[in-house]
Design a protein around this ligand. Structure first.
Ligand SMILES: NC(=O)c1ccc[n+]([C@@H]2O[C@H](COP(=O)([O-])OP(=O)(O)OC[C@H]3O[C@@H](n4cnc5c(N)ncnc54)[C@H](OP(=O)(O)O)[C@@H]3O)[C@@H](O)[C@H]2O)c1
Length: 213
C-alpha cells in the first residue's frame, strides 16, 4: 500500500505518519523544506512538477491532501487584505487541486486508489457561524472540489472522501482543542480504510459521522 500525506512535518500530517507507523504500514510524507519525506510546497509550480516526476514510475494507493493554512483566525473583515485571500486559496484550494492533478497518473496505477481531502467543519454552508471568512471559504471550496472530483473519478474506481479531522491540538488548532493528534489520526486512518466507492463524495468527521454540507 503506497500512501502519501502532504504537510506531514507537524500537526495532523505528522500524527498520520506516526499512526501508520504504529500499524506497521509505511507512509510517505511531504514537508516544505524536505526535512520530512519528499520536499513539497503546494503553491510552487516547480515543486508540484517535481512531485509528479517523482511518482512518474510509481503507483499511489492513498493520497491525503492535508497541508493548509489558517491566516485569518480572529481577524475581522476590515482587517483582511486581498493577499490573505490569495495566499489561503493558493495553499488550501489550488494546492490540493494541483497535487491531485500531478498524482492522478500514479493513483490510476494503484489498486482501489483513494484520495482523502482534509477540509474542516468550517467548510459547512449549513453551519455558517460567521467569522474566519477566508479560511471558511477555502475549506468550502476544497469540499466542493472533492465532491465534484468524486463524480468524475467514479468511473475509474478512484474514491474521494473529504474530512473534518476534529478540533485537534496542533499549531492550527491551539492548545485548548479537544483531540490529540494521535486520536484524530486514529479516527482518520479508520475513515480512509473505510472509504470505498459506496462512500465516494462523502464529507465525514474523523469519527465516522456524516458532516452537514
Ligand atoms: N487542527 C485543527 O483543529 C483542525 C481543524 C479542522 C481542520 N484542520 C485541517 O487539518 C489539516 C492539518 O491541520 P493542522 O492542525 O495539522 O495544521 P498545522 O499544524 O498548522 O500544519 C499545517 C501543515 O501544512 C503545511 N503547509 C502549510 N503551507 C504549505 C504549503 N504551501 N505547501 C506545503 N505544505 C504546507 C505546514 O508546513 P510548514 O511547517 O512548512 O508550515 C504543516 O506541515 C489542515 O488541512 C487543516 O485545515 C485542522
Amino acid at each position: 500500500m503506497e500512501i502519501l500525506v502532504t504537510g506531514a512535518n507537524r500537526g495532523i500530517g505528522a500524527a498520520l505518519l506516526d499512526g501508520y507507523a504504529a500499524l506497521g504500514i509505511p507512509a510517505m510524507g511531504t514537508s516544505r523544506d524536505g526535512a520530512v519525506g519528499l520536499k513539497l510546497d503546494v503553491t510552487d509550480p516547480g515543486s508540484i512538477s517535481e512531485l509528479g516526476r517523482h511518482y512518474a514510475e510509481h503507483r499511489l494507493d492513498l493520497l491525503v491532501c492535508n497541508a493548509a493554512v489558517f491566516l485569518d483566525r480572529g481577524r475581522s473583515l476590515e482587517e483582511l487584505v486581498a493577499e490573505d485571500w490569495a495566499r489561503t486559496m493558493a495553499v488550501n484550494v489550488t494546492g490540493v487541486a494541483e497535487t491531485v492533478r500531478v498524482l492522478l497518473p500514479a493513483l490510476r496505477r494503484g489498486s482501489g486508489s483513494k484520495i482523502a481531502i482534509i477540509s474542516s467543519q468550517m467548510a459547512s454552508q449549513e453551519r455558517a457561524r460567521g467569522g474566519s471568512y477566508v479560511y471558511r471559504a477555502s475549506k468550502a471550496a476544497v469540499l466542493n472540489f472533492g465532491r465534484n472530483l468524486a463524480q468524475d473519478l467514479r468511473g475509474e474506481g478512484i474514491a474521494v472522501g473529504t474530512y473534518h479531522p476534529g478540533w485537534v491540538r496542533t499549531e492550527m488548532g491551539g492548545p485548548d482543542a479537544e483531540l490529540s493528534g494521535s486520536e484524530a489520526a486514529e479516527g482518520l486512518i479508520a475513515r480512509f480504510e473505510a472509504l470505498d466507492m459506496s462512500l465516494t463524495g462523502c464529507f465525514e468527521t474523523w469519527d465516522g459521522r456524516d458532516h452537514p454540507l
